[in-house]
Design a protein around this ligand. Structure first.
Ligand code: HEM
Ligand SMILES: *[C@@H]1O[C@H](CO)[C@@H](O)[C@H](O)[C@H]1NC(C)=O
Ligand SMILES: *[C@@H]1O[C@H](CO)[C@@H](O)[C@H](O)[C@H]1NC(C)=O
Ligand SMILES: *[C@@H]1O[C@H](CO)[C@@H](O)[C@H](O)[C@H]1NC(C)=O
Length: 490
């Protein structure tokens, strides 16, 4: 395959060079390192650690600067003031997403995460309303998460206290929560349909993280005709799409307009209400794409946070012991944790916040794009320019969080041990594009972690001081190193 890649790269150079000529010299973009033709600033950026490289560049060029990733200029915003200004004060202007070729070919621009304009506004508003507690008929979202937390504990009991890699089980729980919300039912962790669905999402994650996909994104027209693992992504998308379509059909056959059971029912009702509107965004293809988006955005994020969280708790047994004390005194052993408990559990709340702050899951946020020509801090940013907002620069700000590289729930506690909020805590971003699943994700993190710690003692295979908690940087974000642990029933 190497020869093909070289050929492809070569052929594309001329094409890209012409693009680069067109792209340079318009407007007055923020300052930045001088780009080379074709590769831009890629040699000045360590692709293995983009967020650190951007922090380094911000020391030279200030809080708003331009880097060229390949041909395209990308504006980078760094630090609390500038990030808040871009995402909140210029919320509408920067609320776009640029379209990646992979997304285009898989109808992803129909959903929530990668859509734009009227379609995005309506899909987003609908999802936010529906995901709000009690949005879907009789069963609240909290009940669905609690049910899953119980099943998760049962599954962990089956490991009989022997050492295991928690990746698979911690991947099932958040995926099942989305299943429960969109399809009404959770699945057994051994259910073949469930395992197939998870495997397809996971495989796409692995491929999207590989160099194949990066080449595809750069040269979609050519790659489309070449063999390679990027084609599996489309095969997987098709399979997922057929499965979702099959489920939608089942829902249509059993729909009771007065009794929506889940996300799909709510969407079908909306479709019914808008059936005479020719311009309606509520069509089947948007439903498929939105359901797909909920899985993609809501599964890996939450499960990686849980897995990283348990690693940090293993590394810091003294912190885990304090959380367990709080669980014992506020909840006890004989009932399931619920969201109401959180306000009486400041130490646990602080620990969950600290897990999210420390791991800094999505260091550079999901890229935004300018929806129009923008005047931002005396710079001219043309419509369509990509915008990277550094969330690391807030979560690891050393004034707001002294010793930011240290895991310490004290970052979210005041002197008397009360929970202390921070405006710098933006792991879900902020503004018009902020995470649609924030409420759900925080519920899952709190309920899953407290339910696990209520039932098990976490046991490491090594001395805690030998546990490595440094993140592995992937295209997706920060993931924890592989590890094993035992769940010893309490
Ligand atoms: C720990 C878990 C999670 C983290 C850290 C997280 C973080 C994020 C971030 C940083 C963004 C991009 C915001 C921006 O562009 O400014 C985002 C977008 C999004 N997230 Fe989450 N997320 C999590 C869980 C979830 C869950 C459980 C769901 C499912 C309900 C979800 C659904 C979405 C959607 C639909 C978007 C796209 C919003 C848009 O483009 O308008 N996320 N998330
Ligand atoms: C950032 O700068 C530091 C100190 O100058 C340097 O050691 C480090 O390698 C740089 N990191 C990246 C990813 O560029
Ligand atoms: C995209 O949507 C169209 C209908 O709008 C459908 O025919 C096509 O199969 C979809 N493609 C994929 C990859 O889902
Ligand atoms: C993504 O790719 C990087 C580098 O190739 C690798 O180290 C990492 O483990 C991969 N991450 C995932 C989630 O597959």
């Amino acid at each position: 395959m190497d020869a093909v890649v070289v050929l492809v790269l070569g052929l594309s150079c001329l094409f890209l060079l012409s693009l680069w000529r067109q792209g340079s010299g318009r407007g007055r973009l923020p300052p930045g390192p001088t780009p080379l033709p074709i590769v831009g600033n890629i040699l000045q950026i360590d692709v293995k650690d983009i967020s650190k490289s951007l922090t380094n560049l911000s020391k030279v060029y200030g809080p708003v600067f331009t880097v060229h990733l390949g041909m395209k200029p990308t504006v980078v915003v760094h630090g609390y003031k500038a990030v808040k200004e871009a995402l909140e004060d210029f919320g509408d202007e920067f609320s776009g997403r640029s379209i990646f070729p992979v997304m285009e070919r898989s109808n992803k621009s129909c959903g929530i995460v990668f859509s734009n304009g009227k379609k995005w506004k309506e899909m987003r508003r609908f999802s936010l309303t529906t995901l709000r507690n009690f949005g879907m008929g009789k069963r609240s979202i909290e009940e669905r998460v609690q049910e899953e937390a119980c099943c998760l504990v049962e599954e962990l009991r089956r490991t009989n206290g022997s050492p295991c890699d928690p990746t698979f089980i911690l991947g099932c729980a958040p995926c099942n929560v989305i299943c429960s919300i969109v399809f009404q039912h959770r699945f057994d962790y051994k259910d073949q349909i469930f395992l197939n669905l998870m495997e397809k999402f996971n495989e796409n994650f692995r491929i999207l993280n590989s160099s194949w996909m990066q080449i595809y994104s750069a040269f979609p027209r050519i790659m489309k005709h070449l063999p390679g693992s990027h084609n599996n992504v489309f095969k997987n998308f098709d399979d997922i799409r057929s499965y979702i379509l099959e489920k939608i059909k089942e829902h249509q056959e059993t729909l009771d307009i007065n009794n929506p059971r889940d996300f799909i029912d709510c969407f079908l009702i909306k479709m019914e209400q808008e059936k005479y509107n020719q311009m309606s965004e509520f069509v089947i293809e948007s439903l498929v794409a939105s359901v797909n988006d909920l899985f993609v955005a809501g599964t890996e994020t939450t499960s990686t946070t849980l897995r990283y969280g348990l690693l940090l708790l293993l590394k810091h047994p003294e912190i885990t012991a304090k959380v367990q004390e709080e669980i014992e005194s506020v909840i006890g052993r004989h009932r399931s944790p619920c969201m109401q408990d959180r306000s009486r559990m400041p130490y646990t709340d602080a620990t969950v916040h600290e897990i999210q702050r420390y791991i800094d899951l999505i260091p550079n946020n999901v890229p935004h794009a300018a929806t129009c020509d923008i005047r931002f801090r005396d710079y001219h940013i043309p419509k369509g320019t990509n915008l990277i907002t550094s969330l690391t620069s807030l979560l690891h700000d050393s004034k707001e969080f002294p010793n930011p590289e240290k895991f310490d729930p004290g970052h979210f506690l005041d002197e008397s041990g009360n929970f202390k909020k921070s405006d710098f805590f933006l792991p879900f971003s902020t503004g018009k594009r902020a995470c649609v699943g924030e409420g759900l994700a925080r519920m899952e993190l709190f309920l899953f972690l407290t339910t696990i710690l209520q039932n098990f003692k976490l046991k490491s295979l090594f001395d805690p001081k030998d546990i490595n908690t440094d993140p592995i940087v992937s295209a997706f974000g920060h993931v924890p190193p592989l590890y094993q642990l035992s769940f010893i029933p309490l």
